[in-house]
Design a protein around this ligand. Structure first.
Ligand SMILES: [Zn+2]
Length: 1017
């Protein structure tokens, strides 16, 4: 990319030089053909403004129609990425006011652009303007008077980006016309934007999905009688969620946009979306993100209301704000700007899923007059792609003109926000976040620190141990405070609460990492590491309500408010790496299981090396090892050492006898299932697997239907969340796309050249879903010894398919859980799925399902001394009743049972005939992970009615035939945020053929002895 850019800069230089000379010869005239078509394609006069009802014709710079052979917003046509990019490059080659930069490539190799449009004079000084925004972004050491000089000299940068969501197709078209208009038009309004600001345009954020969308749309246009193709892959991995990647930053588009942002520091970043009518301008209902500087909240309102007013003045109908999105979660593409002290905002215009013109009838909730929508959309209107273009382009031009006209104010605010972010440490606090040096998961710790660094956050490392008052250091995962959450920090909860005792100090060990809050991007770090409280009385949340990354990634963090930490000696570090390799002598190699995900990478990297899992904790050479520890007895030491170094894993070599029961760790053949309707959720699983280099086969539901002997090909089949849960969701999984008309191949062809790329799937026919035979094939697979992992909404499938004795799943009745971080505890420490985990784990939970385990014999409840626990009668609730007319006999004491005991409870007087219905005791389901009780359940975010899942199973392992079904009520691989839960999946996979290890049977002792004997070579 670098080489290309240099070449390109040279080219631009030559062209700019020559064009400058020719500039006076360029003339503008009316482009009557184009103007006529704008008018023709606009359905009503109240869907256009004077800014866009025409397009000037330049004698030097080709208008869009000259290149595209249609005007922007023409019906029934969309353009591919290569053509949009080529037009932008053509503009740059013909106009001295346009430069094009490549900002990186998509997963499938398509190029993303930043098209910069401004005056020739500004473009000649582009590096200087970038230098100014860079300096204002980090005002440390910058004197206030120098800052104001820079603000006076600088230009605001307005970055508009189109189509992160592939079915939303208007923006890339509009942005071509906008770039051309900004480059050539000579009205004072446009001249203002050009001379007093720098416009940046990324016409396409999601290039891969866009090209597939154009295939799908144009195919539909050419074959209106055929069943329409769904857009199976909106991008290479995920669908709509590509706009939720800014906590994990795993997609190429997120990385490219972030990198570009950190190079340019645009004042405004503006995403162009399409959904609600006709133009929604983002402010949001609140609650607004609590870590942002309040200045930016005002800027959202000011900008939105300015544009609404300008549009409304011109008689445009249906431009509004507020009541759509909330402003809470910092995970959207536009969050890149808000998280870095700039302004992130978006539009939703009314799309038509392509470039159709059709009558749209709207429901009352879209057309009602509300305080935030005094000029609402109409109940029924003919809508066109050109209307959409008119609305987007007019409003964003007002936005750009507003920023250009008030450039000093916007740059000053940017400087102020950056400045106040640096002051945060000593002003509102906290002073810093600490990542203790003795985190048992160094690889996950490093991964999180490197993610923060990629976001522009600076990381420091302490030189020596230091102490701070315990009351000023708080583990962000408050549920574990004072115990295993921060062994480095031992704040005595009681003593800090009690006034008569001196609070203990918190010890921060040498080599701990510190994220100081006196740096420009302190707010970003604070927002992602802190806990979130979301009041259920607030407006309905638009997305996740909680996201605490330390908890979700099972990495320890300490929130420190004592500012003395800022004066502690520490050094700025670059990339955080974890030392690994083999230490010690001997030819038995032990790797403690700490749930660092690179352990899974190691298993697959050294696939041919026999490895075993210890089934219990043990000690060797005075070192403690957890259950699940990898034991390797035959390996080339150098090979293992190299792999361990690369993956940051510590290996202990020993000559000592390792006396612990163990079983082989598999290298399973894993199938990851997708359907042909929606690939959103499986995409996050694919990213996790690919990042960790864990191999898998991407398999369609239709393939499962057609493959009788799945066990021959696979050991583990994973069903990521599919469908919507409940009977309707099940039905949709089994039915799939209706089998109407002819087979629908998903393959590249002349008409659909972009359907398939390496890593995606293809088929002769996408119709038919899993079918009854697919369900039967899955059941056979499990009976034959396979492991089926069913996550969230997919958990209903094996339950309905009769593969889960004693286990049921239901949808929540009244619970509202839109996406939170919740506490769970390991319920069965001997289950291989729990290997390496501490007693408690924070997991991501969203809405369900509710999993229940029961013998069906124990009756409901029983474990709590509930308030409803006795009949009406004499005395009080705790006072026994006395039945009249007979001697008093004290009632049986109510037995308290743990949730687990209650689930597996078989009353003594159960007749043998009833026991016959239950499986053998060692085939009972095992609850591996269980949600905490209601009062401890939520760490971050909002859940109402949490009693529905409190103390219920979160992960259950159910034996079936020779195999197992593992059900997840949580999503362990969610948006590259839940690294702490990944190993629940990996453990299940690596131990798929030994999941019954450690099951509570009395024979365990002898098994240990015999395994120990085997050890002696
Ligand atoms: Zn969208």
């Amino acid at each position: 990319m670098k080489r290309g850019m240099i070449g390109f800069l040279l080219l631009i230089g030559i062209l700019a030089g020559s064009s400058l000379g020719q500039a006076p010869k360029c003339t503008l005239s009316a482009h009557t053909e184009y103007d006529k078509k704008i008018k023709e394609y606009t359905t009503e006069p109240y869907f256009i403004t004077e800014l866009v009802d025409h397009l000037p014709l330049s004698s030097c710079v080709p208008a869009p129609d000259a290149f595209l052979h249609h005007i922007v917003g023409a019906p029934d046509v969309l353009d591919y990425t290569k053509d949009i990019n080529a037009y932008m490059r053509l503009l740059a080659s013909k106009s001295p006011r346009v430069k094009v930069f490549s900002i990186g490539k998509s997963e499938e190799g398509r190029e993303m652009l930043a098209v910069v449009v401004s005056d020739e004079r500004n473009l000649a000084r582009l590096e200087r303007y970038k230098e100014i925004t860079r300096r204002l972004a980090d005002p440390r050491g910058l004197k206030e008077e120098d800052a104001h000089k820079l603000i006076g000299e600088g230009k605001p940068i307005y970055w508009a980006d189109g189509s992160i969501h592939s079915p939303e197709t208007g923006a890339p078209e509009m942005l071509m016309e906008l770039a051309y208009r900004l480059a050539v038009e000579e009205t004072p309004f446009i001249q203002k934007i050009r001379s007093d600001s720098i416009v940046m345009i990324t016409p396409l954020v999601e290039t891969d999905g866009h090209d597939r969308m154009v295939d799908v749309y144009m195919h539909r246009k050419k074959h209106p009688e055929d069943p329409p193709y769904p857009l199976v892959w909106w991008g290479h991995y995920v669908s709509h969620d590509n706009n939720r990647d800014n906590l994990g930053v795993t997609l190429a588009l997120s990385r490219n946009m972030l990198k570009t942002f950190l190079e340019w520091h645009p004042t405004v970043m503006h995403d162009l979306h399409e959904s609600v009518p006709y133009l929604y301008i983002m402010t949001g209902t609140g609650p607004y993100n609590a870590w942002l500087d309040p200045i930016v909240i005002s800027e959202w309102q000011q900008m939105a209301y300015y544009e609404i007013e300008e549009m409304t003045k011109r008689g445009v109908i249906g431009v509004w704000t507020h009541g759509f999105y909330d402003g809470w979660a910092p995970n959207y593409l536009l969050s890149i700007a808000n998280n870095h002290n700039s302004i992130g905002r978006f539009y939703e215009t009314f799309g038509n899923g392509g470039a159709d013109t059709r009558v749209r009838t709207l429901p009352a909730e879209s057309t009602s007059r509300d305080w935030f929508r005094p000029n609402p959309p109409l109940p029924k209107v003919k809508w066109s792609a050109r209307n959409n273009i008119n609305m987007q382009e007019s409003a964003i031009l007002f936005g750009m003109n507003n920023v250009a006209s008030n450039g000093q104010q916007f740059l000053n605010n940017f400087y102020l926000k950056s400045h106040r972010a640096v002051e945060k440490a000593r002003n509102e606090g906290p002073a810093a976040w600490v990542f203790p040096a003795d985190d048992p998961r160094p690889a996950e710790q490093a991964a999180l620190l490197n993610l923060l660094e990629m976001q522009g956050v600076e990381i420091q490392r302490t030189d020596k141990e230091f102490r701070i008052p315990a009351a000023t250091a708080e583990a962000s995962d408050k549920g574990r405070k004072g115990e295993d959450a921060a062994p480095a920090a031992k704040p005595d909860r009681k003593s800090s609460d009690a006034a008569d005792k001196k609070p203990a100090d918190t010890i921060i060990p040498a080599g701990s990492y510190v994220v100081r809050m006196d740096q420009p991007y302190s707010r970003l770090a604070d927002a992602v590491l802190d806990t979130q409280y979301y009041n259920p009385r607030d407006p309905r949340s638009y997305d996740d309500t909680g996201w605490t990354l330390g908890a979700l990634r099972n990495v320890k963090t300490l929130r420190v408010t004592d500012v003395s930490i800022l004066d502690t000696p520490m050094q700025k570090v670059g990339d955080v790496t974890v030392p690994g390799g083999v230490r010690g002598e001997g030819n038995i190699y032990l790797i403690n299981h700490n749930t660092d995900n690179t352990l899974a990478s190691l298993r697959f990297r050294l696939a041919s090396v026999a490895m075993e899992a210890a089934e219990e904790p043990f000690e060797v050479d005075g070192l403690k090892f957890k259950a699940g520890t990898f034991v390797i007895r035959t390996v080339d030491r150098n090979q293992l050492d190299q792999a361990a170094k690369d993956l940051g894993l510590k290996v202990h070599a020993t000559r000592s006898e390792v006396k612990v029961s163990r079983h082989p760790l598999a290298v399973p053949r894993v199938a990851l299932v997708h359907n042909w309707q929606n690939t959103q959720n499986d995409g996050w699983f694919r990213i996790a697997f690919e990042t960790l280099q864990v191999p898998y086969t991407y398999v369609a539901d239709t393939k499962l239907r057609e493959t009788a002997n799945l066990r021959q090909s696979f050991d583990v089949i994973i069903l990521p969340p599919m469908g919507g849960g409940g009977p309707a969701g099940l039905s949709s999984i089994i039915r799939g796309l209706p089998r109407r008309g002819d087979p629908m191949p998903w393959k590249n062809s002349d008409e659909t050249p972009n359907f398939v790329a390496p890593g995606l799937d293809s088929t002769d026919d996408i119709r038919g879903g899993l079918g009854y035979s697919g369900l039967a094939n899955l059941e056979q697979f499990v009976r034959d010894g396979g492991l089926l992992i069913a996550v969230q909404t997919s958990a209903a499938l094996p339950v309905a398919g009769a593969m889960t004795d004693m286990v049921n799943v239901t949808d929540a009745r009244a619970m509202q859980a839109p996406g939170s971080v919740v506490l769970a505890s390991v319920d069965d420490k001997r289950s291989p799925i729990a290997y390496g985990y501490d007693d408690k784990l924070y997991v991501y939970f969203r809405q369900g399902p509710v999993i229940t385990v029961s013998t069906g014999l124990g009756g409901p409840g029983g474990q709590e001394g509930a308030a409803t626990g006795r009949a009406s009668g004499r005395g009080s609730i705790s006072d026994p009743d006395v039945i009249q007319g007979r001697p008093y006999i004290a009632p049986e004491k109510q037995v308290k049972r743990t949730p687990r005991e209650q689930e597996l409870y078989i009353p003594e007087d159960t007749p043998d005939a009833a026991r016959w219905f239950l499986p053998a005791h060692d085939a009972f389901p095992r609850v591996v992970l269980r949600f905490a009780q209601e009062k401890e359940l939520v760490l971050s975010g909002m859940i109402t009615g949490g009693n529905e899942i409190a103390e219920k199973p979160a992960v259950v392992d159910v034996p079936h035939g020779k195999g197992h079904v593992v059900l997840f009520a949580t999503n362990p691989m969610w948006r590259a945020e839940t690294m702490g839960s990944f190993f629940l999946v990996f453990n299940a996979m690596l131990n798929y053929d030994h999941l019954s290890a450690g099951v509570a049977v009395p024979a365990t002792k002898t098994a240990t002895a015999s395994a120990g004997a085997e050890d002696q070579e």
